[in-house]
Design a protein around this ligand. Structure first.
Ligand code: ZN
Length: 325
């Protein structure tokens, strides 16, 4: 099969090559990949992260059609359209028993610790796939972009009428956080510099403080969703009302902040770190996301994967980048 492989870190080392077809075990399925999302995580995986196996196939968000099932598999069958939960889990540890599969002690990240979705085929444990009938353009986002956003919103206990500010709202996570917060009843203020209309209120970083003041009569926001990290931390704190919550799950703009603890506790601020999402949330998204738009900016063939990854940093970028296989 064809795949984008690399044997040492660096986008320049990506090669579109022929590799062996994966062989499935009894509890695994072979998925013929249809769409893969292109994300900063994939970029980091290829450029700087420790991966396994080597040569490696990256790709943390993907979906496709079941090509073959192992002898013990009964949750899906050949020909099913499936979304893939791209962290493996054993179902047995204390975290799995509490439904926190993304924290499984034995879990591995598909696309990083195992081969991922930048290929024609991938093998994954059957328990990681779920039948879904969403548009192909949406499906790969269920693996991480939509899932991480949905989990962050649920964990921050969003309720109807909450004012929710989303940073990086035209990025992979932000555009789903904006849409999902609105679907969940929030009054959403999406913050971006490129005007992508992902929710009712879209503003720039220089406009957001004034916008939130106006919308809330000076009370300020209930929740700030920050997938971008330290650069926007202080702005996020200024946007929160007393008792507000900052939920964060990414560090693209940096990972070190200084917190004035006196201010934080006197204002009763919660800081909530989250990572990916639970399998149950992943399942819920197969229904909820029929209301989501994909906001795909560009699609590339697998053979142009290098170009797809580099276009993550294009100034013209408006929305998601997919690889079509
Ligand atoms: Zn576990």
């Amino acid at each position: 099969m064809k795949a984008l492989v690399f044997d040492k870190n660096g986008i320049e080392n990506l090669k579109y090559s022929d590799v062996d077809m994966p062989m499935i075990k009894d509890d695994e399925v072979l998925v013929k990949i249809v769409k893969s999302g292109v994300t900063q995580l994939d970029y980091m995986t290829i450029s700087s992260m420790k991966v396994n196996p080597i040569p490696h196939i990256a790709g943390s968000e993907f979906s496709g059609i079941v090509e073959e099932v192992g002898n013990n598999v009964n949750n899906v069958k050949e020909g099913d359209k499936v979304a893939v939960y791209t962290r493996t889990f054993d179902g047995n540890c204390n975290y799995c028993k509490r439904g926190l599969e993304m924290l499984c002690k034995a879990g591995r990240r598909i696309g990083i610790d195992e081969n991922g979705g930048y290929a024609e085929y991938v093998k994954v444990p059957a328990r990681n796939v779920i039948k879904a009938n969403l548009d192909w353009e949406i499906m790969p986002a269920l693996s991480i972009s939509a899932l991480a956003s949905y989990h962050a919103l649920k964990y921050s206990r969003i309720k109807k009428g909450d004012v929710v500010v989303v940073f990086g709202s035209s990025g992979n996570a932000g555009l789903f956080a904006s849409q999902l917060a609105e679907i969940m009843g929030g009054i959403v203020v999406s913050v971006t510099n490129n005007e992508l209309k992902v929710s009712s209120n879209v503003v720039t970083y220089t406009e957001v403080e004034e916008a939130v003041k106006n919308i809330t009569d000076g009370e300020m926001a209930d929740i700030v969703v920050n997938p971008l990290g330290s650069k926007y931390w202080d702005l996020g704190l200024r946007l929160l009302k007393q008792g507000g919550k900052m939920v964060f799950f990414g560090t693209l703009s940096g990972n070190k902040v200084t917190i004035d603890l006196t201010q934080a506790y006197l204002r009763h601020i919660s800081f909530i770190g989250t990572v990916r999402g639970t399998f149950e949330e992943f399942r819920e998204l197969t229904e909820i996301c029929n209301k989501c738009k994909s906001f795909v900016w560009k699609e590339f063939p697998l053979s142009n994967g290098k170009e797809a990854l580099l276009s993550l940093f294009s100034k013209e970028r408006k929305g998601r980048i997919l690889i079509s296989i």
